[in-house]
Design a protein around this ligand. Sequence first.
Ligand code: G3P
Ligand code: MG
Length: 236
Amino acid sequence: MSKKPLVIGHRGAAGLEPENTLRSFRRALEIGVDLVELDVWLVDGEVIVFHDRELERLTNGTGLLVAQRLDALQNLKVRNSERIPLLTEVLDLIDQRCGVNIELKGPGVAEAVVQIAKRYVSERGWNNQNFLISSFDHTQLLRIAELQPALPLGVLLYGIPADLAACAEKLGAYSLHIALDFLNPELIRDAHARELICFVYTVNSKADYDRVVAMGADGFFTDYPDRFIDLKPGRS
Ligand code: G3P
Ligand code: MG
């Protein structure tokens, strides 16, 4: 029987609670995810947890996220109720109870994330393996590798490169994060041959879960971790 794939709470439990908020991460922890995924930007010198480049979809604010002052951002409401958290607030909540996949979104955030990770390792008893740093911007992953080579890297793809998983191996990554739209057995086989772990985003239905498991993925991101936490591969 194949191994149970890891369940990664996408933006916490984005289908159940306002995404990327403390409430969402609390819910994912209660469900018992293996990791949570969150998106980070550098805004006004702080690493904040938020997905979009602009404020309109998720908050009562307007305009570009990175143009805001921190105090103004923290007064906004996400989905009319929650606050935009700092990365450190989420790490304090998680407190090593599951892994944390930090997805670097905006420019220039890699340095600040490394500083925070180093602090949690040296002062709070975290291990580098509690973190997984990912990005579609592979130059920021290179920067992470330069600053702290012990941090595991996840290479995000939306598409299928001509040389398959070679870019992730070149970066010395731990994992390759593949879009469900481009799920492809060759890509997964190639990643595994290069000793890379394969995670797929974003799996919300049982039909997609079955496809992902059949292709041998090692884990998947989901907005609804409650739907999958007790599933075993091969069971309906
Ligand atoms: O990290 C997986 C997934 O979150 C990547 O896409 O846009 O949801 O951050 P996005
Ligand atoms: Mg993300």
